[in-house]
Design a protein around this ligand. Structure first.
Ligand code: ZN
Length: 331
């Protein structure tokens, strides 16, 4: 297994203590959950971290993994709603499930997580319709369309890629199998990373100390997939929100950019991911540029100091809040 470290077997090993680098003044403490601590931390990219909090959900999984061992975590190298961009850039869509890492070139058996009736979507994709409905992609089928399969029955083998794609389908939508109470056991012991926020005009970053006119707000952020290399391996956070504050006082409500309960239609791509976004490929981590606003105007604000606050969480409610200061300087 060249593409990931195989150390996903100890629950304790996945819980990471958050690092508190320095405590500064103006610290906003947001408490609750399984908090390991909160502090204002200046990070490169202009984002000051206000709080980091691990989610406390311990909901029991409803179904196990489609690979053996069924009741142990497997590495996940792509999350719901990760960007999926064709090689020539002409097609952009959201990832409609998760990618579970498997050894490359060595086919591994894939099993039904629940019973149901198999339907072959094509030669490399199977859906199993039952009380709940699941999709298994990049799998060479070992079942026929119309065949009833039992829970944990072999349905096919991985086709030699470094992952199989797994999705849960409900009410006409692909929903998030990693939600608490879905697939498990699954542990995510990291908060998302807020790397950089930029005010951009014609794809050029403006000076945050002299923001004027109309610009687009672009946030580079990602959650980290455990044990996928090269680390940190980015996957989409489940939630991204932002608001404008002045002197600790919110001037707007929280704007929601992303809330990944289900996959989004293709035509929503440009309202979530900004230009320059790149999907990850084996060995290449990708670049997740979230479009907070396409045409945000500073003109309604008097000249002076402000901040954008950003809140990001993964599907297990591991939450980070950060702040980027800026100065409005309209003529
Ligand atoms: Zn996939």
């Amino acid at each position: 297994m060249a593409t990931f470290k195989n150390h996903l077997n100890a629950r304790g090993g996945l819980r990471r203590t958050l690092l508190i680098v320095l405590v500064a003044c103006n610290t906003a403490i947001i408490s609750g959950g399984n908090s390991s601590g909160s502090a204002a931390v200046s990070a490169p990219g202009g984002v000051t971290i206000l709080s980091e909090r691990l989610g406390s959900s311990v909901a029991r999984p409803t179904y196990g993994w489609p690979l053996k061992p069924f009741n142990r975590p497997h590495p996940v190298r792509a999350y719901l709603n990760d960007p999926r961009i064709s090689a020539d850039g002409s097609s952009k869509s959201f990832h409609f499930g998760i990618d579970i890492g498997v050894p490359e070139k060595t086919p591994v058996p894939v099993y039904a997580v629940e019973s149901g009736t198999a339907r072959l979507v094509n030669g490399f994709a199977i859906m199993v319709w039952g009380t709940r409905t699941f999709g298994y992609w990049h799998v060479i089928p070992a079942v026929r369309s119309g065949q009833f399969v039992r829970r944990h029955q072999l349905i096919g083998r991985s086709m030699g890629w470094n992952h199989i794609h797994f999705g849960e389908y409900s009410d006409g939508q692909w929903i998030n199998p990693l939600r608490p109470g879905g697939l498990g056991p699954f542990f995510d012991g990291t908060v998302p990373t807020l790397e950089k926020l930029t005010f951009e005009r014609n794809n050029v970053a403006l000076d945050r100390n002299h923001v004027s006119g109309t610009s687009s707000l672009v946030l580079v952020a990602f959650d980290t997939a455990e044990s996928i290399l090269p680390a940190p391996w980015p996957v989409a956070p489940a939630v991204i929100r932002w608001r404008v504050v002045r002197a600790e006082r919110p001037l707007t409500g929280w704007h929601t950019v992303l809330e990944s309960r289900q996959t989004f239609p293709k035509d929503a791509f440009a309202s979530v991911y900004g230009p320059g976004t790149a999907q990850n490929h084996p060995g290449y981590p990708g670049l997740y540029r979230f479009s907070l606003a396409k045409a945000w105007t500073s003109k309604s604000l008097p000249n002076g100091s402000y901040a954008i606050e950003i809140k990001a969480a993964d599907i297990r409610s591991n939450t980070i809040v950060g702040r980027v200061s800026f100065t409005v300087d309209n003529a």
